[in-house]
Design a binder for this molecule. Structure first.
Ligand SMILES: [Fe+2]
Length: 161
């Protein structure tokens, strides 16, 4: 089924599950990098995914949507670490900058399908991709505070901002 054939509700479930998987994936991927600070930044990327998933929880509830078991999703995600484990940290960061922008229009498309009451949460969902890409660009540029956009996002998401 292509993205355009999925209903709004199906897409919400799909993306929520992907964020749950992403959280587990990045936490697990952190084990594979020796470069100073790399693991820590991957754990922050994982927390951004966790926040993105949390942002969607009220929407799932509002639309009475069931998702697959989260522990099973997490367990499955960590078995799919392939190419990323073989990259150096700079290669992984380049991959994020080059590849992750493809997700932005997908999240924007979801915003466009949504009823007005879901918009704020979905804008925040789209933002999680922007802060991750922003982080990777800062990391490429050697910014010593490269994780800042992600840390600010997590603070806001957890209601501490
Ligand atoms: Fe994500």
């Amino acid at each position: 089924m292509s993205q355009s054939e999925r209903s709004y509700e199906e897409t919400l479930v799909w993306y929520f599950e992907e964020e749950i998987e992403g959280e587990a994936y990045f936490h697990a991927l952190a084990e594979y990098f020796d470069e100073p600070g790399a693991a820590e930044k991957l754990h922050v990327m994982a927390e951004v995914e966790r926040c993105a998933a949390d942002t969607m929880r009220p929407l799932l509830k509002r639309h009475n949507l069931e998702t697959r078991d989260e522990d099973a999703l997490r367990a499955g995600a960590v078995t799919r670490i392939g190419k990323d484990a073989k990259r150096t940290w700079p290669e992984f960061v380049d991959h994020v900058v080059d590849y992750f922008p493809i997700y932005v229009p997908m999240f924007e498309a979801l915003e466009n399908m949504a009823p007005p009451e879901d918009h704020a949460a979905l804008e925040r969902l789209t933002d999680h991709e922007h802060v991750t890409i922003d982080f990777a660009k800062r990391e490429q540029a050697g910014d010593s505070d490269s994780a800042r956009p992600m840390l600010d996002y997590i603070t806001l998401c957890d209601g501490k901002g």
